[in-house]
Design a protein around this ligand. Structure first.
Ligand SMILES: [Zn+2]
Length: 248
């Protein structure tokens, strides 16, 4: 296989704090990777049962019932995107950082052997679970690289880490560094979003965001000719430097 074919099918790991996060913020990246034959694993640390399921609580549902609903929604969304999903049921609001949870994430890295990692941004004053998930994802990545770390599998390489766009990016020190063209899979992302009935208010918000990021993608890809286009995009930040032999 050529290097570019290898890159196209490189395994992807997405570490998501709650049941819906991977869909709103990385559904396009996941669908694109899956469409080109890359295995994509979503590691869902919690169901978002306490903090991101307001509608179900208002309807009078109980905790276990809400977890089951969110699990089912996230599973269907992952399926629509072409990803497999694993749940750790670590609890949310708060999502507690612990050596045990980090160890579970290390084991996932060693099992999946990702060449690309996606997770949350490292700051979010509106949602402490998101940076907690990001910190654990980064710590686990480093531990998984250590040959002496006691977990099954080979030491991890150095997969680049891309950070999701938070819900309120300006408050989270988020600046788009990577604009990913998701136009060809946007209908897949929208179908996946529509699996998340508990957060229906987000469907149009993330459709509009993709449209705005698509405008910015076009502006950064060429001259501003004022032509209409339907480009849809997702924005990411990088944690580690891009490694390349050719500046492009
Ligand atoms: Zn969340």
């Amino acid at each position: 296989m050529s290097a570019s074919a290898d890159a196209a099918r490189a395994p992807v790991l997405v570490v998501s704090a709650h049941a819906g996060d991977f869909v709103w913020r990385a559904g396009g990246a996941i669908a694109l990777a899956a469409a080109r034959g890359a295995p994509v694993t979503v590691l869902c640390l919690s169901f978002g049962e306490r903090g991101e399921s307001a509608r179900a609580w208002r309807e009078g549902k109980r905790l276990e019932e809400i977890k089951a609903i969110r699990r089912d929604e996230a599973s269907r969304a992952a399926d629509a995107l072409g990803a497999t999903i694993e749940f750790l049921d670590a609890g949310d609001y708060p999502l507690r950082e612990s050596p045990e949870l980090v160890d579970e994430i290390v084991r996932c890295y060693r099992r999946v052997e990702p060449d690309v990692v996606l997770t949350h941004a490292l700051a979010d004053p509106y949602n402490m679970d998101h940076p907690a998930a990001a910190r654990m994802a980064l710590q686990a990545r480093v531990l998984a690289q250590a040959i002496g770390y006691d977990a099954p599998g080979e030491p991890l390489g150095a997969p680049p880490v891309f950070l999701f766009e938070p819900h309120q990016p300006e408050q989270c020190d988020f600046k788009p560094e990577v604009l990913l063209d998701i136009t060809e899979v946007f209908d897949v992302k929208r179908r996946a979003m529509e699996c998340l009935a508990a957060q229906q208010h987000m469907w149009d918000y993330y459709t509009e965001l993709a449209r705005r990021r698509g405008v910015q993608l076009q502006r950064n890809a060429g001259p501003n000719l004022g032509l209409p286009h339907g480009t849809m995009a997702e924005a990411y930040m990088r944690v580690y430097p891009q490694v390349t032999r050719i500046l492009a």
